[in-house]
Write a protein that binds this ligand. Structure first.
Ligand code: AMP
Length: 338
């Protein structure tokens, strides 16, 4: 790699940082982990960061931005970067940033996200614009809820108004048709360098208490007045029926194609389609994440699908680093910075 080009990969110490640091090291980059002082010891334990910079709060990222620029670092975004900095700050960052920032507003704005996914021809859950319209099982989701925290189910306007009382400060929510089926999180990677879409893997989430409620008899659930909630605790790797894979690949491709028209140069790098698949194999997509998702963390040594394609350990973190490396080698680094 030429000396005047970015040779360091930097990431906030949270979310999928370990995977990104490991992938960067495997591809020959120097690495910087930026973390809060209380997490320094934890990140040191893995020996994956050549340098650990501490910040009292991630929200003060601009305090170390110049230092990172001097060190020729490329910042890899993940869910925690978006959560702590917010889109506006991310849009103003001066440090080279992997992936397109322009697409973030399409992801963050519910209306825009829906428009994008509808244009891609995906099947989406019905939206109820006012609680009075609820005439079936629905899921109420709070905007920006960290990992599904506080979501609840309702089946009538009365039920909704009873349960929303527990969330007096939440004004921003969406009421979505509740789809009975299994949640599947499909991880993709689109390379701007190769102009190719790859399926990286799949996970299902381990959510409290949605995934523990079945351990309690129905009678006890009613007595204890247990409400279903979706706080994400971890991720479980999975594979899907091979016969579904061509369709899933096509869905990812449509999402990329539409993004290129909506916001050139479009979505690239890792992204995830979050869906429910029902007993008729009908796929309903309820969300897109336009970046690496924590559901890729079980695949630090690669997923069954990346093993088939690469024949070497290929995590999403490593795939990002390889994309950067290939862009540097082909002298087209601008293609992967957005
Ligand atoms: P989200 O924060 O949108 O990723 O959703 C968190 C969890 O809520 C998912 O993992 C699903 O278990 C569940 N979920 C979200 N939307 C729906 C839906 N429309 N129907 C059924 N379950 C859903």
């Amino acid at each position: 790699m030429a000396n005047n080009l970015p040779l360091t990969i930097a990431v906030l110490g949270s979310h999928s940082a370990l995977q990104i640091l490991k992938g960067a090291k495997d591809e020959g980059f120097k690495t910087i982990c930026i973390c809060v002082p209380a997490r320094k010891k934890f990140y040191e334990m893995f020996n994956l960061a050549d340098e650990i910079l501490t910040l009292d709060s991630f929200a003060n990222f601009e305090k170390i931005e110049d230092e990172l620029i001097q060190k020729k670092a490329i910042l890899i975004p993940h869910g925690s970067l978006i959560e702590y900095l917010g889109i506006e700050k991310i849009e103003r960052l001066r440090i080279p940033h992997y992936g397109t920032r322009k697409i973030l507003k399409w992801e963050a704005d519910r209306q825009k996200q829906r428009e994008w996914l509808e244009k891609a021809g995906l099947n989406l859950p019905k939206i109820f614009h006012k609680p009075e319209d609820i005439n079936q099982s629905v899921i109420i989701k709070f905007h920006g809820a960290a990992g599904g925290r506080g979501y609840f189910l309702a089946n009538s306007p009365k039920d909704f108004y009873k349960k929303i009382k527990k969330h007096p400060n939440e004004k921003d929510y969406v009421i979505q048709e509740y789809i009975v089926g299994v949640p599947v999180y499909a991880h993709y990677f689109y390379s701007q360098v190769k102009k190719e879409l790859e399926i990286m893997g799949f996970d299902k989430r381990y959510e409290s208490n949605a995934d523990s409620i079945g351990r309690v008899a129905a009678n006890d659930q009613i007595t204890a007045d247990i409400q279903t909630s979706y706080t994400i605790i971890g991720n479980i790797p999975m594979t899907v029926r091979e016969s579904l894979l061509p369709k899933l690949l096509e869905m990812g491709q449509q999402v990329v194609n539409v993004s290129q028209k909506l916001e050139p140069p479009g979505l690239f790098g890792p992204f995830c389609l979050e869906m429910i698949i029902d007993h008729n194999l009908k796929i309903t997509v309820f969300e897109i994440s336009a970046r690496i998702v924590a559901g890729t963390n079980p695949f630090i040594n690669g997923s069954p699908y990346t093993w088939l394609k690469y024949n070497e350990p290929m995590s999403t973190g490593r795939r990002i680093a390889r994309d950067i490396k290939e862009a540097l080698q082909k002298n087209c680094v601008e293609k992967i910075l957005g």
